[in-house]
Write a protein that binds this ligand. Structure first.
Ligand code: HAM
Length: 418
């Protein structure tokens, strides 16, 4: 036998159990988003590299060192999407998805790719459910988006989630803040890690995001953006705050939320959850009024993305039934085998999930496998049953077994919702 070819580091296989969890969370989320008027879109996994380098920003970690970029056969530079917002805005601009006088509400789910150091909750291929409200610049759009996210957590029964909100200002108020921040960092350079010092030149706001404990301590005393907001940004932020309070959304203002993507302005937020370890952001997002201008359009927007691996990790699965086989049908003799398959098809036609033996196993082996499927009922057909048009129905939980007429058994069964 040749050597097993292994998968790539950071690219996980998602087992049937985990896939069930992903689909379950996606389905509930889809329905929830639909109640707010969002419609699902499918976007390409591959885009031209320029979309991300311009949209997300050259100086971000994502663009600097995390993109899967490759030339196609014609030499064009393509990139596996590291996130969905730049693509969503591109598709909006290119596809004419504008709603006159309204906000275009879309969402997407699917894999994203980032060359990050893999660890618990951080992978190189990971799944997001992302939502974008494109075309609205007012604070109530922000309020509805954050309220929707909070209500999703309630709907999914998530405990211990904190929504942290900040304002990142705009092109008017950010430069003076940036200047003071750079000066602060330069004066504290001796106490900061080399990464922070390097970022002073490239992306000083990201220094505030450093996870090194000694840096965190020094940065406690750094200037905070909220004290620099221009009157328009301050008004926007204060209306976001009063809207969230009015809707009873539990949240905290955290002036240290900076986000790793350059396109954000004004409202930025993260939802963090206990039980996730270092990678504790289960969802994150914000307003990106300037993004479209970087890629050849002009439209404001706000949105967020949920990390599906992290979301499913913190959901309580004990209260959610996993799918089990409804019936296992066993054949007691070889002649019965095809009749077992005929009955299985009839039950499947009514919406039930049914398993049968396809490997000529003995009756004893079939019953052992049936038990492992988790089904509570086994149907059994042998020569006697074939002659009499009957079935044996064995209840695994009670051990009871009874003979029933096959036709009336089928008639009595109501269809199961498919
Ligand atoms: P992001 O903060 O880069 O934002 O990612 C959003 C969420 O995706 C994170 O909070 C986390 O749950 C999950 N995530 C990110 N990277 C990884 C990874 N390597 N492994 C596992 N999960 C991960 C964005 O992507 C923005 N596009 C969100 C947005 C939408 N902003 C506006 N609209």
């Amino acid at each position: 036998m040749s050597k097993l070819i292994r998968g790539i580091r950071g690219f996980r296989d998602i087992s049937p159990d985990e896939t069930f969890r992903h689909s379950y969370a996606e389905d509930r989320t889809r329905k929830h988003f639909g109640r707010f008027g969002y419609r699902e879109v499918r976007l390409p996994l591959v885009e031209s590299t320029e979309l991300f380098s311009r949209g997300i920003g050259e100086a971000t970690d994502i663009v600097e060192k995390e993109m899967y970029t490759f030339p196609d056969r014609n030499g064009a530079s393509l990139t596996l999407r590291p996130e969905g917002t730049a693509s969503a805005v591109r598709a909006y601009l290119e596809g004419g998805w504008k709603i006159q006088g309204g906000v275009t509400k879309i969402f997407y789910t699917g894999p994203m790719f980032r060359y990050e150091r893999p660890q618990k909750g951080r992978y190189r291929q990971f799944y997001q459910i992302g939502l974008e409200a494109i075309g609205g610049s007012g604070p109530m759009v922000d309020v509805e988006v954050i309220d929707l996210l909070h209500l999703l957590f309630v709907e999914l029964g998530l405990q211990d989630v904190k929504i942290l909100v900040n304002s990142l200002g705009c092109q008017v108020c950010r430069p003076p803040f940036r200047e003071d921040l750079v000066n602060f960092i330069k004066n504290s350079a001796g106490d900061l890690c080399s990464n922070c010092v390097r970022r002073t030149e490239t992306n000083p706001m990201r220094v505030l995001d450093c996870k090194v404990p000694s840096c965190k301590e020094v940065l406690e005393a750094s200037p905070v953006i909220l004290e620099y907001l221009c009157p328009e940004c301050e008004d926007h932020f204060s209306r976001v705050n009063s809207g969230l309070t009015g809707l009873n959304v539990p949240y905290e203002v955290d002036p240290r939320i900076v986000r790793g993507l350059d396109y954000y302005n004004r409202t930025a937020f993260e939802a963090v959850c206990g039980g996730l370890g270092a990678q504790n952001a289960v969802a994150a997002g914000g307003r990106y009024d300037g993004l479209a201008r970087e890629i050849g359009g002009d439209v404001p927007g706000i949105g967020f993305a949920i990390g599906l691996e992290r979301l499913t990790h913190v959901m309580d699965w004990d209260s959610i039934a996993s799918p089990v086989v409804d019936y296992y049908i066993a054949a007691a003799t070889d002649t019965a085998r095809i009749h077992v398959m005929i009955l299985a098809d009839a039950l499947r036609g009514k919406g039930y999930s049914v398993e049968t033996d396809l490997e000529d196993r003995s009756l004893k082996a079939q019953l052992r496998i049936a038990n492992r499927t988790g089904t509570s009922q086994v149907l059994l057909i042998g020569d006697d049953e074939l002659k009499a048009g009957t079935l044996q129905v064995k209840d695994f939980s009670t051990g009871d077994q009874e003979t029933v007429d096959r036709e009336s058994f089928l008639k009595k069964l109501k269809g199961k919702e498919k």
